[in-house]
Design a protein around this ligand. Structure first.
Ligand code: CTP
Length: 384
């Protein structure tokens, strides 16, 4: 709630009776600057049970219990929150939090499926420590990340939609490391920001998202299954295994193309004579090429990235067209990286080339905006 109010949103808090056992009404009233009610009988002259839902741009239920999901799925309306859920015509986001057994129960599964089929966004809970001594799936994602998902939805306004519901997408992000010894590696400058933006955008559009992250120092996006890897070999294994059930694979990672032939088990020492060791490298597998040619799941859309500077043999776009053909993917997102401008930057601009000859220019904007353009192109191809 703080993140919404501090970023200028007008927030009405509607706690359930149960929620007030955790945080009291005075706290909500003081933080939101508005009176707080749980029932439909307070300030009846303002008809709050209809007015709040009708005027909202977004309804967020966080944390959402198994009970509130069940009520929402069945249209029960016995308090102000459930009434609001029936009158809201804006996007609705549920961020469930409960014990693993409750989340996995057939009743909850059915309720979640019903809500998703109706267009609500139900964010997958995170895995980790739960309220008791147990650990498992059911944790509330990081509130900052739930907020980011909500901002995505608000920023898309009427274009917001859950066009990737029922789709599983795999995104790779970050840069791989190839070890020379236990403490040294060859790495690259990829920050993972674009891959994380893609994962977030896919969640906001309703997809089940697997994010294979290589050495990324960013918090897990809400609703995303994050698989952490270090080397290109590990990235390949995880992406290929997830790709067998994926409708789309987006290779936003920067896998190292080469790895040292020998990895020293002990730290390499400096020689007294001032000489330096020679490092012999061997090529890593090209994951994008492998997925594009072997197609672990027929019909899946495969997307690659190309960071190009252009050279004496051709312009950025010439080289990118050649790369698209060489890799065999369906879409290639082309960044002009002359000057290293894109690394770690919140902004990006690109051209999205299609194997069908299409070219979509995406002007300079946020990585989130580019992510949505990419999913637009993917969704178009999935619908064909
Ligand atoms: N890629 C991959 N596996 C690799 C290297 C790259 O899957 N071992 C993917 C990247 O994730 C990206 C795309 O291939 O989606 C383009 O990577 P890039 O390094 O630009 O292409 P290369 O084939 O390495 O060509 P270049 O010679 O221009 O570096």
């Amino acid at each position: 709630m703080r993140r919404f109010t501090e970023s200028g949103h007008d927030v009405t808090v509607i706690p359930t009776e149960a929620a007030l056992k955790f945080v009291g009404a005075p706290t909500w009233a003081a933080l939101s600057g508005k009176p707080v009610a749980t029932d439909v009988w307070t300030d009846v002259h303002q008809v709050p049970h209809v007015r709040i839902g009708q005027s909202a741009d977004l309804v967020v239920v966080a944390p959402a219990t198994a009970n509130v999901l069940a009520k929402a799925a069945h249209g029960l309306a016995d308090d102000l929150l459930t009434n609001t859920l029936l009158t809201a015509r804006c996007p609705v986001v549920f961020a469930p939090a409960m014990h693993t057994e409750m989340w996995e129960h057939a009743a909850t599964r059915d309720n979640v499926a019903t809500l998703r089929a109706r267009g609500a966004l139900v964010i997958e809970p995170a895995e980790g420590r739960l309220t008791g001594a147990d650990t498992g799936k059911g944790r509330l994602p990081d509130p900052a990340e739930i907020f980011e998902t909500c901002v995505e939805i608000l920023s898309r306004g009427t274009a917001a939609g859950t066009d990737l519901v029922g789709r599983h997408v795999v995104v790779s992000a970050g840069g791989t490391r190839e070890y020379l010894d236990p403490v040294r590696f060859l790495g690259n400058r990829s920050s993972g920001l674009q891959g994380y933006a893609l994962a977030r955008a896919a969640v906001a559009r309703g997809a089940e998202v697997t994010l294979v992250a290589a050495n990324v120092a960013l918090p897990d996006p809400a609703g995303v299954k994050v698989v952490r890897v270090e080397t290109t070999a590990q990235l390949r294994d995880e992406v290929l295994s997830a790709a067998t059930s994926a409708d789309a694979v987006v290779m936003a990672a920067a896998p190292a193309d080469f790895r040292p032939v020998d990895v020293s088990a002990a730290k390499i020492k400096k020689a007294d004579d001032g000489s330096a060791p020679a490092i012999q490298l061997t090529q890593n597998p090209d994951i994008l090429h492998e997925i594009s040619t072997e197609r672990p799941r027929p019909g899946a859309v495969v997307v690659g990235f190309a960071a190009e500077t252009g050279d004496a043999t051709g312009s950025v776009l010439d080289l990118a067209r050649a790369k698209l053909a060489r890799k065999g993917c369906d879409l290639l997102v082309v960044n002009d990286v002359s000057g290293g401008a894109v690394f770690g930057s919140p902004d990006n601009e690109a051209v999205i080339l299609g194997a069908d000859g299409s070219a979509v220019d995406v002007p300079r904007g946020t990585k989130a905006a580019l992510a949505h353009e990419i999913w637009d192109q993917v969704a178009l191809r999935l619908a064909r």
